[in-house]
Design a protein around this ligand. Sequence first.
Ligand code: GDP
Ligand code: MG
Length: 168
Amino acid sequence: MLPLVALVGRPNVGKSTLFNALTRTRDALVHDQPGVTRDRHYGVCRLDEARPFALVDTGGIADGGVHLVTGDLAGATARQARAGADEADLVLFVVDGREGPSSVDDEILAWLRKSDKPVFLVVNKTDGVDARAALAEFARYGFRDVVPVSSAHRQGLDDLVEAIHERL
Ligand code: GDP
Ligand code: MG
């Protein structure tokens, strides 16, 4: 079985875009509306052909059918994140480098810290912004492994895959 890497994070940070970039598919739904990815989606990343790994795009709707529009966004997203983390070998906590940390990010991180899985911080949307400043905004999260990427522009993906392999 391939090792499994989970993408977790609040809606609209670019999880599905990153999933597509890593798996080179359009299997995951990408949409401007938060909460569009309703299920978990699985794929395989073969950017390093010798070392493929499985990828799961968690997002959108929590188990239990809590709808993000009417329900508790932070709680629902955090539960989804936790479910994804539980089955994964490694978690990529994806955040939005343009918007900086939000209270929903804080809540997801609190959930992730209850799991004993290794977690990377992936700061997405660093295209067209000062990547160092974007990373600095998340310094208080205290991650050792922080990878800036632009999923939409396919920037930083090789470094991300390399970092993933170092930890799998
Ligand atoms: P998800 O809800 O976390 O799965 O986020 P999506 O992948 O659906 O993306 C949400 C929005 O962010 C879409 O409009 C994407 O085009 C946009 N987006 C995703 N990645 C990037 C990126 O690297 N840079 C920029 N500028 N926009 C991005
Ligand atoms: Mg999505």
